[in-house]
Write a protein of this length. Structure first.
Lengths: 234, 165
């Protein structure tokens, strides 16, 4: 999801370096997702490929985080979304790489960590640069954080399958994951002179297939070719 | 493994070594550290390669190229992508690093397990053109997933640096 969103910046980013950076990150995320979806596809009752899972499911069948399907907005919105996710993604990948329940997942995660470190470094530095920049950039990035904050709780929500994963040690304990995530986010925001929004009513539902209206619009564009021409290759 | 299959594996290895990285066409996949092994399974060759980055599009091209040259020798040959252990710039030899620099790409500096190397922060990446150590990071991302963009303060030449991972 995030990869598709970042890809929308291709040719539109404020500067060339960012155009390249955002699409590089998108590429890494596609690679990671492909690896995970291939593993998932092999474990489903009806064996499905990573492409089938990505291009032939409807919005209600996707379980992605609501945060990741949010529109790019302006550059600050994109960076805020990336920052909130990168910190979480890195912590989660670190656990997945260390766990010994599933060696395939550990291998994919170990590879992903090296890439996510770059992403996280990139988005964190931009948060600091924008927060500590002009009053205009400060106000806008604070607004971006405020707007997206309501989607952050979903990262740490447990359903039955999460609980099963946590039980066997495959997934990290979400409560302690949240504590570490929160403190890292807080540290960076503090350095940027930004604050954590308070009294936010959280929005969830992605894990149950209940998405914001943005997802179906995005999928329409993402899936048009494989749906019009099933099995097309080039 | 009998003598015949061993000879087969050696012959395949000799050929797949010559497969070039399409994004760094002056380096072959062995120099890149991507070619891990050629083993025998059920009396046919399996070429094992490791991708540099998860989403690197060159991986597909390299797999196809390896399969083509391997099949020319062993029609039942296959190519396998190994994710673990994850690829690291440590597998790029000193000789290859010299070759990279000669082609205008600043090679990875030092060993990857040093956290500070990740982003090139506070590291001296010499300019591959004028050898000046006065260089600065423009972006941690470059024309391909494996490279960062730098510029030389002395000769003003922009250049790419192969990131340590």
């Amino acid at each position: 999801m995030l990869s598709q969103r970042l890809g929308e910046w291709c040719g539109h980013a404020p500067i060339l370096e960012e155009d390249i950076a955002l699409t590089n990150i998108a590429l890494d995320l596609i690679g990671q997702t492909q690896s995970y979806l291939s593993l998932a596809g092999n474990h489903l009752d009806k064996s499905q490929t990573d492409d089938e899972l990505a291009f032939h499911r409807d919005a209600s069948e996707f379980q992605n985080l609501l945060l990741l399907e949010q529109p790019n907005g302006h550059f600050g919105d994109t960076i805020a979304r990336q920052f909130l996710f990168d910190v979480y993604s890195l912590l989660k990948a670190q656990h997945l790489a260390d766990q010994t329940v599933n060696a395939d997942i550990a291998a994919v995660a170990a590879k992903a960590i090296k890439e996510i470190r770059y992403h996280s470094d990139h988005s964190s530095k931009w948060i600091i640069r924008l927060g500590d920049g002009t009053s205009e950039s400060h106000n806008r990035i604070q607004q971006s954080i405020n707007d997206l904050w309501k989607f952050t709780d979903e990262m740490f929500m447990c359903d039955d399958s999460d609980n099963a994963g946590i039980e066997i040690g495959l997934l990290p304990d979400y409560a302690s994951l949240k504590t570490v995530w929160f403190s890292r986010i807080k540290d960076t925001l503090k350095e940027a002179g930004l604050t954590i929004p308070e009294n936010v009513v959280m929005q969830t539902g992605g894990r149950k297939g209940q998405h914001t209206e943005h997802l179906s619009i995005m999928l329409k564009e993402m899936q048009v070719l494989p749906r019009l021409h099933p099995g097309a290759i080039w | 493994m009998n003598e015949d299959t061993q000879t087969l594996a050696t012959a395949v290895l000799k050929q797949v070594r010559k497969v070039m990285d399409p994004e760094l066409p002056f380096l072959n996949i062995e120099e890149m550290g991507m070619l891990r092994d050629v083993i025998i399974e059920d009396e046919h060759c399996v070429v094992i390669i490791t991708p540099t980055y998860s989403g690197c599009p060159a991986t597909d091209v390299i797999s196809e190229d390896c399969l083509a040259v391997a099949k020319a020798i062993d029609p039942r040959a296959e190519v396998r992508i190994a994710m673990s252990p994850a690829w690291t710039t440590d597998w790029i030899s000193d000789k290859t690093r010299v070759k990279m620099a000669a082609h205008g790409i600043a090679p990875p500096v030092g060993q990857s397990h040093d956290r500070a190397f990740l982003t090139g922060d506070n590291r001296i990446i010499p300019c591959p053109t004028c050898k000046s150590t006065e260089t600065k990071l423009i972006s941690a991302f470059g024309s391909t997933a494996c490279k960062a963009s730098f510029t030389c303060v002395s000769c003003l030449e922009p250049f790419e640096h192969f990131k340590c991972i």
